[in-house]
Write a protein that binds this ligand. Structure first.
Ligand code: DAH
Length: 344
């Protein structure tokens, strides 16, 4: 009898190992563990076993039952779900997904506005140019027609890295992206340029301003320069109006207001009518300066002002972002409170 039990166990284990889909496993269960299965068939025969062997055979039968059942459970959990006998829990692919979705990260709003501006101006034919944030006097001031005695060069209004009183070419954190106009023209001339030159340059600028709702010691500007034969103030106005309508919508209300900058003649300021807080009346907000590039600037960069004219502009990117997305305070753009940033 004990030999027979062993025989059944061997066959059962071989049979289970060979069962490789749910149907075969179920057929195996019926054949070995079912009410008319081999295990049940062995049970009645216990009464024919001699008395002194009964206990041992009984235990062996129980052990067989236990091992067949656990082998069956183990096999069942590895079959199905297309697993073909691979181990691991059954997977019900019809279950719904996670109800709680993960919070996705996003680019900062300033980065997104910069990309949007590059896109809009790109459609108008402007390429992107870059310049260093650590600049020198020559590019931040001299070639932009800002003479040594000009108040804009005062050390208390700039982040100088070298003492301006002690060196002839002090270095500084650039206070305006107009530096890139100079560098781009110099580069183009050095490479034997041919017109047109049509670039924008977004980037960081630094000024020791006290932080309040509209000022910060670091902010972003986007500079523009278009140089060619016969560029006029009309081109400037058209470009800026087209930009405003493309970026802020057809209803955008913009105006050019006469102004002064050492590097443009004539100069203007671009204002836009915006309500920064819901329910408040719209106000004229200054986006930045613009004008026709001063002939002295062209000359300083080796461009002949008799042959070429150009326009330039430099706008505050935070101002543009605030207008576009209705952000009432510039500090919100730098505090990096995710509760605020996640709304944009
Ligand atoms: N650089 C000026 C500023 O930071 C802005 C500006 C004015 C840029 C006129 C220009 C320009 O290119 O033509 O205030």
């Amino acid at each position: 009898m004990l030999g027979e039990i062993e025989q059944v166990e061997r066959e059962a284990m071989d049979g289970l190992a060979a069962a490789n889909d749910a149907e075969a496993v179920e057929a195996w269960r019926i054949a070995y563990l079912g009410s008319k299965g081999r295990l049940k068939g062995l049970m009645p025969r216990l009464k024919d076993v001699p008395k002194e062997e009964k206990a041992a055979v009984g235990q062996r039968l129980n052990a067989l039952k236990g091992s067949l059942e656990s082998a069956f459970e183990a096999k069942k959990s590895g079959v199905g779900g297309g697993g073909g006998g691979a181990s691991g829990p059954l997977l019900d692919i019809t279950e719904p997904g996670l109800i709680r979705s993960e919070r996705l990260g996003r680019r900062h709003i300033i980065t997104r506005v910069i990309d949007e501006l590059i896109e809009v101006f790109g459609r108008m034919g402007f390429d992107v140019a870059e310049g260093p944030e650590l600049e020198d006097d020559e590019h931040n001031f001299i070639k932009l027609n800002i003479p040594p005695e000009h108040p804009a060069r005062d050390p208390i209004d700039n982040f100088y890295v070298d003492d301006p009183a002690k060196v002839t070419m002090p270095r500084m954190l650039r206070s305006q992206t107009s530096t890139v106009q100079i560098r781009t023209m110099e580069d183009a001339v050095a490479k034997g340029w041919g017109p047109p030159l049509k670039i924008i340059s977004p980037g960081r600028v630094y000024r020791p301003d006290t932080v309040d709702a509209t000022h910060s010691f670091m902010f972003h500007q986007i500079e523009g320069l278009y140089l060619d034969r016969g560029v006029s103030m009309i081109d400037l106005k058209t470009t800026l109006e087209q930009f405003a309508h493309a970026y802020f919508g057809e209803g955008a209300d913009v105006r050019l207001r006469p102004s002064f900058f050492p590097f443009t003649e004539p100069s203007a300021e671009l204002d836009m009518k915006i309500a920064l807080k819901p329910g408040e009346p719209a106000k004229w907000i200054e986006l930045g300066g613009c004008g026709m590039v001063d002939p002295a600037v062209l000359q300083a960069c080796g461009v002949d002002p008799e042959e070429f004219t150009g326009f330039a502009f430099g706008f505050g990117i935070e101002r543009i972002a605030m207008g576009r997305y209705g952000i009432p305070d510039i500090r919100m753009l730098f505090e990096n409170d995710v509760r605020f940033l996640a709304q944009l």
